[in-house]
Design a protein around this ligand. Structure first.
Ligand code: UTP
Length: 294
């Protein structure tokens, strides 16, 4: 199969964990320091060579579409003032890849959102990047996953090791062998209780999928939470490697944040701000005083 060049970014979820902030604003537009979460995700996609990008959107996601479109009035104002630095900040998102949109037609689950990409992906393998999952820039996770896809020709998921007490928040995989950072996967369970989880290897929001996965999703009934789950389709693919091409995991040990979770969002904001030349030193000094006073 050809090397993937297309990325699907589902952003149609309701973001209920972040209410009331997400009542009228997409959670993917929450800023991490001064850049919306979704821009980090799109930049990662483009950096990894996935320049054809499809957003699977829903109701009330106009702010997100506007962010990747030109803003004529603002741009002319900054041009008149000769403020090239701010002008570049406004224009940068417009030049990131070829962005396309499709509506999901109701937040019926991640599997359902991925299925909406069928005509865009057109029978090719493709990447899925969750619009609220931020991966540390220096980690090159997606590039590694593409490499593993090319080598194995199996669908690839990203895995992190989590404490068993946390596994109920994730999809968990049943490993069937491991070679370096590549794990063969024989089954998946979505959000299992610790007692029944097949391992503490948790699936995070990056996938390289063979096109057969879309046919599998089409056969699914709603699963956990009454939603069409991508994990359920991956489980069928992992159990039937002869027809689906199988599934492997890439074990990731770098930094990542689920920016749709309040605590993780705060950690991401602090981590990214402390790395900034313009903010890091002052923020760290303030944090040391703040902690010393607690
Ligand atoms: P989440 O499960 O984190 O999103 O999905 P959610 O449902 O919006 O969040 P909470 O739990 O209510 O706070 C991960 C990604 O998949 C998208 C979301 O927008 C998010 O970027 N998603 C989820 C869809 O596009 N459609 C869906 O039906 C569900």
């Amino acid at each position: 199969m050809k090397t993937p060049t297309k990325a699907v970014i589902p952003v149609a979820g309701l973001g209920t964990r972040f209410l009331p902030a997400t009542k009228a604003m997409p959670k993917e537009m929450l800023p991490l320091v001064d850049k919306p979460v979704i821009q980090y995700v799109v930049e990662e996609s483009v950096r990894s060579g996935l320049t054809d990008i499809l957003f699977v959107t829903g109701r009330d996601k106009y702010a997100l579409e506007n962010h990747f479109d030109s803003a004529e009035a603002l741009e002319s104002r900054l041009e008149e003032k000769g403020d090239d630095e701010k002008l570049a900040l406004v224009q940068n998102p417009t030049h990131l890849g070829n962005i396309h949109y499709v509506r999901q037609g109701g937040a019926k689950g991640l599997g359902h959102a991925v299925l909406a990409s069928r005509s865009f992906t057109g029978g090719e393998p493709f990447a899925v990047l969750l619009g609220d999952d931020v991966i540390e820039e220096s980690s090159h996770l997606l590039e590694r996953m593409i490499e593993v896809f090319v080598e194995t020709q199996s669908s690839v998921v990203a895995l992190v090791e989590v404490p068993m007490t946390e596994i109920h928040k994730y999809g968990s995989v049943k490993p069937a062998g491991q070679n370096g950072d590549v794990v063969s996967v024989s089954d998946f369970v979505e959000k299992p209780k610790a007692e029944v989880a097949p391992s503490n290897y948790a699936v995070i929001g990056r996938y390289i999928l063979r096109p057969e996965i879309l046919d599998i999703i089409e056969t699914l009934e709603p699963g956990a939470g009454g939603e069409i789950q991508l994990t359920d389709a991956l489980a069928i693919a992992a159990r039937n490697p002869e027809t689906s091409g199988g599934v492997v995991g890439v074990l990731f040990s770098g930094e990542r944040y689920d920016a749709g979770d309040k605590l993780e969002y705060l950690k991401a904001t602090i981590q990214l701000a402390t790395k900034r030349d313009d903010l890091g030193a002052d923020l760290l000094t303030w944090m040391k005083h703040f902690i010393a006073d607690k």
